[in-house]
Design a protein around this ligand. Structure first.
Ligand SMILES: [Fe+2]
Length: 290
C-alpha cells in the first residue's frame, strides 16, 4: 500500500471585523499581517500540493493538521473546496492542528465539513486493509501554541491498538514528540506540555509501527522508542509554503510504501519552482536536510 502524507497546508482568508476580536485570533492576525506570516503561504502552492497527491494515486492519504491559518469558517470552507480532489478520490484521515483549534477545541465548522475523515472522541483507529491509522488529538485553544494529550485518550488508544488486526499501524498527532536531534521537542510554548507522558506511554506499546506528525515547518525524520524497539517518526515539512529559495523554504509532500507489514520505502517531493512542479528529493528521503 502507498500512503501519501501532507501537513500544515494552512488555507487562509482575512477575518471579518467580528472574527478578529477574539484574543487568540487577534494575536494570530498580528502574526499573519504584521510579522509577515501571511506571505509565507499561498493558494498556488497549496493547489500544487493537492495536485501532487492526486498524481501519486495513493491508496490512502493522511493530513496531520493545520488545514487553516486561524480556524475561520471561511478558511474551513476554502480548505474543503480545495481538498475535494483528494477527498472525493482517496480514503483520507485528517487530524486538527493548533491553528484549527484557535477558538474551539472541536471547531463546529471543521466537524461539519470534515466529519467523515476526523477522529471520533479525540482518539480513533481506522483500518485500511493491512494498514491502521491511530489518531490522537493533541490541540487545544491556548494563548500560546502548546498542546496537551488527555491521558484518557492514551488509555483509549491502548484499547484500540490491542483490538486492531492491522499489521502496520501509523500513529498520527499534529505535534512532534522529539526534535530533529532526538531531544524532547521544544520550546514549551510550541510543544505538547505532557510529551514525556506520551513517550512513556508509547514505551509500553508494541503495535505502533511509525509516528507521523507536522507542526514544525521544516520536515525531518527521527526515531521513537516503543516496547519492542524503535519506530520512525516522520514529518514531511509543510505543504502550503510559498517558495523562498533564499530561506530554503518550499513545500513538501511524502509517500510511504507498506508491504507485508513493513515500511519498505519513504519518498519525499519538493516544490522549488512553480513551473517545473514537484520533483522527487534525491534518495534517500530527507538526505537534503530541508
Ligand atoms: Fe501547528
Amino acid at each position: 500500500m502507498r500512503i501519501a502524507h501532507l501537513t500544515d497546508i494552512h488555507f487562509q482568508q482575512d477575518p471579518s471585523f467580528n472574527e478578529l476580536f477574539k484574543v487568540k485570533r487577534l494575536m494570530g492576525s498580528t502574526n499573519l499581517y504584521l510579522l509577515g506570516r501571511k506571505a509565507k503561504f499561498g493558494l498556488e502552492v497549496q493547489r500544487k500540493s493537492v495536485e501532487k497527491i492526486v498524481d501519486l494515486n495513493p491508496d490512502l492519504v493522511i493530513l496531520t493538521g493545520d488545514l487553516t491559518a486561524q480556524a475561520l469558517d471561511g478558511e474551513f470552507e476554502l480548505a474543503r473546496r480545495e481538498l475535494e480532489p483528494i477527498l472525493s478520490k482517496f480514503p483520507t484521515v485528517i487530524i486538527a492542528g493548533n491553528h484549527d483549534t484557535y477558538i474551539d477545541p472541536f471547531p463546529t465548522k471543521m466537524r461539519e465539513l470534515f466529519d467523515p475523515w476526523l477522529s471520533a472522541d479525540g482518539a480513533d483507529l481506522k483500518e485500511f486493509g493491512e494498514v491502521g491509522v491511530l489518531t490522537v488529538e493533541s490541540c487545544r485553544p491556548t494563548l500560546l501554541s502548546n498542546g496537551y494529550v488527555d491521558p484518557t485518550r492514551l488509555q483509549k488508544a491502548s484499547t484500540l491498538l490491542a483490538e486492531s488486526k492491522s499489521s502496520f499501524i501509523f500513529m498520527c498527532m499534529h505535534y512532534p514528540l522529539l526534535n530533529r536531534r532526538g531531544e524532547l521537542y521544544g520550546p514549551s510554548t510550541r510543544a505538547i506540555s505532557n510529551a514525556q507522558e506520551v513517550l512513556d506511554w508509547m514505551k509500553g506499546e508494541t503495535k505502533i509501527s511509525a509516528y507521523l506528525h507536522g507542526h514544525e515547518h521544516h520536515g525531518y525524520q527521527t526515531t521513537l522508542p516503543i516496547k519492542n524497539g524503535t519506530i520512525p517518526s516522520i514529518n514531511p515539512g509543510v505543504s502550503g509554503y510559498n517558495i523562498d529559495l533564499k530561506k530554503q523554504r518550499f513545500p513538501h509532500v511524502a509517500c510511504y510504501t507498506v508491504d507485508d507489514g513493513h515500511l519498505t520505502d519513504i519518498e519525499r517531493w519538493q516544490l522549488k519552482d512553480l513551473n517545473e512542479g514537484y520533483k522527487a528529493e534525491p534518495s534517500p528521503a530527507f538526505s537534503s536536510k530541508l
